[in-house]
Design a protein around this ligand. Structure first.
Ligand code: GLY
Ligand code: MN
Ligand code: MN
Length: 428
């Protein structure tokens, strides 16, 4: 499959909409991701910041975007700053964008070299009252590692203390939450590549294979089909490893009689798929495994019906936990009586399902948007109930990506999840 990208109109519209939400007399600055050192002179593979991609389509490092919609000179209203290509740089690291390429990809007409940034930005600031900075406002994000937007905000605060510093993140979040048809299309493509990888895994898995060999099969199919790779570190967890929610070592042997929990997704045109499937290593579920698996599957099918306008992640979580509680009683993990007597601060189901069952998905696997955000048509979220029974060594999660609608659309409807389909495909 050939890689694709969006037309420049997608990015132009995104910028226009964002600029329209700024207060009068404002400048907004969007910095790229840093290049992060791995060791010595080696960097980790570069991934553009999702906001920068969303607003420009530029995937090269060191690109800066400024928006100053009320600037008297039209050419100053949207500017991209980028590395000035030179022969030596190109010899070592390859081609860097020309100004024309930046214009063609992003639709931004004014492109300047980074060396012009300081003076130009001063001009933008002095014609503005407000400076919008783009901080990472993801609720679960907490780290000591600084990043370019946050370093920049601190510097600006010091340099221009008489200006109003404002938050850009709520505006960008609002836009990124509401997917356009072309975004749903690439998400669908990411899911389709993930489907191919899963089918490959079904044909490959048998007792004795290593978890990393399963990863290799997935990675092969991803790259072969034009994905950039994994959208996140894949979880290939056989047996008890599935009880570790974020198991990513993927280093153990897959043994006869065990289940294997896979949580993996392709990244395509910078958009993430997020899929979980649970399969029997030897191709046939035991009665107990099947009983537990079908309980989770029943709940997932019911839960997907909740992905309608007006609902929230919080409501979906609560409804699914309740459904899973009922299934757990059916599976004999505890009784109705036990539930009546449970400590409400620590319900019994939390022993067997300790995570939320939905998050937004898009440019990031855990995409922008919080748990009280009201669902609207076109938003995309995961639906991922799970069941983790420590005493039986059973870990199950089934995860599909769903587009909110009056009739929710399952982007992973083609990825096998019925017991009979999984067993039939594994017996081939
Ligand atoms: N793959 C991470 C998650 O399911 O949230
Ligand atoms: Mn997920
Ligand atoms: Mn997942």
């Amino acid at each position: 499959m050939k890689r694709e990208s969006f037309k420049k109109e997608f990015f132009t519209e995104n910028r226009k909409k964002l600029a329209g939400r700024l207060s009068p007399k404002s400048v907004a600055i969007i910095n790229p991701n840093d290049e992060l050192t791995r060791n010595g002179d080696q960097d980790f593979p570069y991934r553009q910041s999702s906001d920068m991609f969303y607003l420009t389509g530029l995937i090269q490092e060191k690109c800066i975007l400024t928006l100053c919609p009320d600037h008297p000179e039209e050419s100053m209203r949207e500017i991209v700053f980028t590395i000035k290509p030179n022969k030596q740089l190109e010899t070592w690291t390859g081609h860097k964008y020309t100004k024309e390429e930046v214009q063609r990809i992003s639709g931004v007409k004014t492109v300047k070299w980074l060396e012009d940034f300081d003076m130009t930005f001063r001009d933008l600031v002095l014609s503005s009252e407000n400076i919008y900075v783009n901080l990472n406002e993801y609720a679960k994000y907490l780290t000591d590692v600084e990043y370019m937007n946050n370093r920049f905000a601190l510097k600006i605060k010091e340099m221009y203390p008489a200006h109003n510093l404002r938050r850009l993140a709520p505006f960008i979040t609002g836009q990124r939450l509401r997917k356009k048809p072309e975004e749903i299309r690439v998400l669908k493509a990411a899911c389709e590549i993930t489907n191919r990888a899963f089918r490959r895994v079904l044909g490959f898995t048998k007792p004795g294979v290593m978890e990393y060999e399963v990863d290799a099969e997935i990675t092969y199919e991803f790259l072969k089909n034009g994905a950039q790779g994994h959208a996140y570190q894949p979880i290939i967890a056989s047996g008890r490893n599935a009880l570790v929610l974020h198991y990513i070592e993927n280093s153990m042997v897959c043994s006869d009689g065990e289940l294997m929990l896979l949580d993996f997704g392709a990244e395509y045109n910078n958009y993430a798929a997020d899929c979980s499937r649970t399969i029997p290593v030897n191709g046939k579920f035991t009665e107990r495994q099947k009983q537990c698996y079908e309980a989770v599957l029943r709940v997932q099918k019911e839960a997907i019906k909740l992905y309608v306008p007006g609902n929230t992640i919080d409501k979906v979580n609560k409804a699914v936990w309740k459904m899973m509680e009922k299934e757990m009683i059916g599976l004999g993990l505890f009784s109705e009586e036990d539930v009546k007597n449970q400590d409400p601060a620590e319900p019994l189901y939390t022993k067997y399902l300790m995570h939320g069952v939905a998050h937004f998905i898009g440019l990031d696997v855990h995409d922008v948007g919080g748990k009280y955000e009201k669902f609207e048509k076109g938003m995309v979220l995961t639906c991922e109930p799970g069941l983790y029974i420590e005493e039986e060594g059973i870990g199950i999660r089934i995860e599909n990506d769903i587009v909110v609608g009056d009739s929710p659309i399952d982007l992973m409807a083609d990825i096998p999840r019925e017991v009979r389909d999984i067993e039939a495909l594994m017996s081939k």
